[in-house]
Ligand binder design. Structure first.
Ligand code: 6PG
Length: 247
């Protein structure tokens, strides 16, 4: 069922965004247990970093059943995991270095592979194995965390990208002209099938993209966040006032 309308929750400022996002993450994560592991895909970028840091502190560090969570990534830069630009490194520094998550529960994208397409194929195999998928089946992440680019990109699906038209593979390795770099990213089928998608948006430079993502105006090609309107599950945008200001 397509999400009827993405929800928008407006908060005062980036600090309240961190708190709201950590609270939403914990609310959902607390459904996990030894017999019900949850699969959560984390986002890169700056916006969620404060939330990761907050989850590593009280009360969340002890509220969230970390042993029952399996952590994935929605996308990754084509760099080693210890590179400053690595989305894994961002989460490692802000969260994983401060809490105890079984190593077997951390499923990072193997972006150190010089062949980005091979890394994407490898990561797709990880998803297929974890979710015991048959050919043609799509994983159902319990929670997918996303940021929003000022150009409307989500994960590493940028405007005009061929990966936006990927309807079969779960992970792709598109060249991003604007960045002059390759990325590794979940594709629309994997994104749209998540049970819950939480998009964190802060700053007035995101206002145009947020407005378009919520209004439905335009095409997925020019605003990839519009693909979230075809999502099966709940889609909630948590935005600070600067990003959610009426234009
Ligand atoms: C990445 C992210 C990307 C990010 C947006 C917003 O790897 O950078 O996956 O999609 O979420 O670019 O980034 P900020 O949160 O830094 O504004």
């Amino acid at each position: 069922m397509p999400a009827l309308n993405p929800e928008l929750r407006t908060v005062r400022d980036p600090e309240e965004l961190e708190r709201a996002a950590a609270g939403e993450f914990a609310r959902l994560a607390r459904q996990a247990g030894p017999k019900r592991p949850l699969a959560v895909a984390l986002s890169g970028g700056r916006t969620p970093t404060g939330m990761y840091a907050r989850l590593a502190q009280d009360p969340y560090r002890n509220l969230v059943p970390w042993q029952a969570l399996h952590l994935f990534w929605g996308d990754e830069r084509h760099v080693r995991p210890d590179h400053p630009d690595s989305n894994f490194r961002t989460v490692q520094e802000a969260l994983l270095s401060r809490i105890t998550v079984p190593e077997a529960n951390v499923h990072r994208i193997p972006a150190e592979n010089p062949d980005a397409t091979a890394a994407a194929i490898d990561y797709e195999a990880t998803l297929r194995s974890f979710f015991s998928l048959k050919e043609g089946q799509v994983p159902r992440l319990d929670l997918l965390l996303l940021g929003l680019g000022a150009d409307g990109h989500v994960a590493s699906l940028f405007p005009g990208s061929d990966a936006l038209r990927e309807g079969t593979r779960l992970v792709a390795a598109p060249w991003v002209e604007r960045l002059q770099a390759r990325r590794i990213t979940l594709t629309p089928p994997a994104i749209k099938n998540a049970s819950e998608i939480m998009v964190l948006v802060a700053g007035e430079e995101k206002a145009g993209a947020l407005r378009q993502a919520l209004s439905g105006a335009g095409t997925v090609d020019d605003c990839p966040a519009l693909l979230l309107r075809e999502a099966r599950g709940r889609v909630i945008f948590i935005a600070d006032r600067a990003a959610a200001r009426p234009m």
